[in-house]
Design a protein around this ligand. Structure first.
Ligand code: ADP
Ligand code: AMP
Length: 215
């Protein structure tokens, strides 16, 4: 199964991706995670990525497309793919279509998790993530059993540098302006679109997503 997972920052993409991967076994590729790993090595490219990401702006298309094309090409095609956070512009969507067409592996569904802007700021500022296994928590909504510690692997949870209210507002503006047109791009092309309410409890969203993908 090859699926693009879309939605504003904080809608629950990463959270739902964990469930979907457990259920369907596809490979989860989060462009945000891949870019954060790339910037962690302190290279010149890393510094460039940091300047965009810390400001809540999108990284330029040519850089993201190259990094994601390499990541996709490395995967075992039989397992399927869950792309989370990529594509985020119509240019990226076109480049992805071209690559998947060349591989003979077109997209099968676009899963959009929608959520109200008022909800998103609270979701993002309360987010804590495990730097070791990638599991995502929320200080109020989905707290770990022991405060600040990952239930799954015991590592200390961290807060992302760009998860501040000021940067969130910028990221939401980028989403509305640059990423929402990608939903139109796919819908106009007759792709299988699944739209879910990300404001619902997490188990409910997970169940609806799994049912829609399996049908
Ligand atoms: P995204 O990947 O779309 O940016 P995340 O999956 O990281 O979003 O979720 C953002 C925050 O919201 C996290 O703190 C997560 O624990 C919390 N969250 C995700 N889904 C739900 C939900 N259905 N109900 C309440 N909180 C949620
Ligand atoms: P995320 O982890 O998906 O919230 O992404 C964090 C940041 O990484 C974004 O605010 C962007 O700066 C950058 N980023 C992630 N994916 C993309 C993409 N597909 N295109 C451009 N920038 C991206």
């Amino acid at each position: 199964m090859r699926v693009v997972l879309m939605g504003p920052p904080g809608a629950g993409k990463g959270t739902q991706a964990k469930y979907l991967v457990e259920k369907f076994g596809m490979v989860h590729l989060s462009s945000g995670d891949i870019l954060r790993a790339e910037r962690a090595d302190g290279s010149e490219l890393g510094e460039k990525l940091k300047s965009y990401m810390d400001a809540g702006e999108l990284v330029p298309d040519d850089i993201v497309v190259e990094i994601m094309a390499k990541a996709i090409a490395k995967q075992d095609a039989d397992k399927g793919l869950l792309l989370d956070g990529f594509p985020r512009t119509v240019t990226q969507a076109g480049a992805l279509d071209k690559q998947l067409e060349q591989l003979g592996l077109p997209l099968e569904a676009v899963l959009v998790i929608e959520a109200d802007e008022s909800l998103l700021v609270d979701r993002i500022t309360g987010r804590r993530s495990c730097p070791k296994c990638g599991r995502v928590y929320h200080v109020k909504n989905i707290p770990p059993v022991k405060e600040g510690i990952c239930d799954a692997c015991g590592a200390e949870l961290v807060q992302r540098e760009d998860d501040t209210e000021e940067v969130v507002r910028q990221r939401l503006a980028a989403y509305r302006k640059q990423t929402e047109p990608v939903i139109e791009y796919y819908a106009a092309d007759g792709r299988k679109m699944i739209r879910l309410d990300g404001g619902a409890p997490l188990e409910e969203v997970a169940q609806q997503a799994a049912e829609a993908l399996a049908s």
